[in-house]
Design a protein. Sequence first.
Length: 531
Amino acid sequence: MRRLVALLVAALVVGACTGGGGSAKDNGKPHSGGTFRMGIERPHSLDPAQAHTPDEILLADQLFDSLTTYDANTLAVQAAVAASWTATPDQKHWDFTISPLAKFSSGRPITSADVKYSLERVAKRGSTATTSFLLEPISGFAAFNDPKGTAGDLAGIKAPAPNVVHFDLDQSLSTLPALLGNPTFAIVPKEAVEATPPAPDFNRQPVTSGPFRIKSRDDNVLHLVPAEGVKSLVSAVDVHFYTDEPASYAAFNRKAIDWSPVPPDRVDEVAEKYGKAGFKPYATVGFYGFNLKNPKFADVRFREAILAAIDRTAIVKGIYNSTVQATSRLVPEGIPGSQADPCGAICVHDPDKARSLLHDAFPAGNPPSIFIDYDQDTTQESIAKAMQANLKDVGINAELRPHPYTDYLNFALGGTQELFRLGWGGLTAYPTADAFLSPLFLTGSHENVTQFSNPQIDALLKAGQAQPDEAPRILQDQQAEQQILQQVPVVPIFEIETHSVIASRVKNLVLTVLGTFDATKLWLTSGSGVK
């Protein structure tokens, strides 16, 4: 069931921004010193494997390092715990060499055994990590993850030397270094995770592996300082915990903090008061999928008619008040290989075209009645009603079928869904086009809940996974995305946009489309104003 968490797009608008240039007083030149104050919703845990919200991912990225990380501007994969990596020509066997500088905040060097332990605790049966399914390509995952299995370890991860981690995969995966940069795959020490009282609780006071370590904490503030050997322009980061986004935003307005996410209902206010410098894309796409095993949707003309009938722009403006962006793509803005309009004319809102397609598909004028399935809340109810009205306008009867959220997680895999809400990205994202295509559209994938299958598209996706060079890999993924959209397995609706505010004294805060930033790179002027 945890896989389905990744398929559901929550109504989240998370923090994002890029700080401006320096003040005249500072001559625009970075300098060191000062405490950066950020506000987030109180996390349930500081364990990176339990990061289930954008705020928790952002915090995990300050406290921990994974084998790899990403350049903030290009999203290119960079070294982190691993200094380098190599692969066999078939992209199935990988060696990652651990940096000799990689240490835990306890001072102990990080070893290959720590990497194996950290990934196994995410992959093991019973794990509540939302990203465990991303490790499925590793040999032995099914046996290790199976609740009835007896595998004692994840066979495809080996530690042949203290500074070398070896991966054996069941499939070619040229993007493995990018995948392993997800913050939930952070490297943690077994002795701290499994320590018993009176040792500190790892959920509250973890031994870390990233750019910052915990110096102290109380109920409301986590005080971070740079880890040993880390070059940071700020001397400290104070993470202030609040009950929710409105409380954090209120603290920002009081100048109690320097950075805060913005509540969805305050986006217009922020745009007018502070401008849109903190509004950025967030790598998540929301759409409705067709259950392609249902004979109602066997004719592509019927699916295309539904697509042409739905006015996504009106949904975005009328329901989301333009706090998200209408989309016609599967790979969102900011991800390398994202295309401006891969769907083309087939995704244009055109009721007359929808009626013509219905006439061609059902000459007798009797298109089937369908269900619109969604997880029940006020926003999703409004979207479903708007879609229902769009479909009625062209002659398609659609009944609304809401489901409690907890039931919906199972329902979406049950086989009785029809036109149903889902989405992709967010916490499970990593910056490749394949990460947004293969899980949902490759034949046999566990996340392929529409049951889409096309041999030509499978060949393109697999060719991309076997391609070590980025440029041809992107081209193959782009071709696959275009061809998938021509087959209309889903109705793209929106991409989430992130919103935040930032004090004018904060400079060079660069947040990625994955919702995180590197606090070691930002710097503070002597002012205390807001932007």
